[in-house]
Design a protein around this ligand. Structure first.
Ligand SMILES: [Cu+2]
Length: 141
């Protein structure tokens, strides 16, 4: 008698765990933070959620998610969307150190952004090599 009640309960628990796992794999978190920093080689780079700094980043987010970009570089960065469903960019110009831009993704899709970098805030900033172009791919599911 206990057996016939225990087995369906276990099966339901396992099924629920599988469904939850699949849902978590298909959609990402609801928020990501990017930080732009100055560096000698390539002038600037950025990182997602405290990860490795690189010029090109990609993020998977769930529908309705937002990203926050903080510009800690020594020059302004303008966020520009280059492809994907059009998103509203409020304050895309990060014109001073620690300036923040937020972007919301109310719809599914693949969105691609880049930044256009301006002149250094102060003279005499030395860098090595071509300036990096920061690129970001956001997949919203
Ligand atoms: Cu820079």
């Amino acid at each position: 008698m206990t057996r016939t009640r225990t087995i369906p309960f276990l099966a339901a628990t396992v099924l629920a765990a599988i469904v939850a796992g699949a849902a978590a794999a298909a959609t990402g978190p609801s928020h990501a933070s990017l930080v732009i920093r100055h560096q000698t080689r390539g002038c600037h780079s950025w990182a997602v959620n405290g990860g490795a700094f690189a010029p090109a980043q990609s993020i998977a987010l769930k529908t309705g998610a937002t990203i926050t970009i903080t510009n800690n570089d020594v020059m302004p960065h303008l966020l520009v969307q280059t492809s994907g469903p059009k998103v509203a960019l409020t304050r895309p110009a990060m014109n001073h150190m620690s300036a923040i831009t937020r972007v919301s993704f109310p719809h599914k899709g693949v969105y691609v952004f880049m930044t256009k970098a301006g002149e250094d805030y102060m003279a005499g900033v030395k860098t090595v090599g071509e300036d990096n172009v920061l690129r970001l791919k956001v997949t919203v599911a």
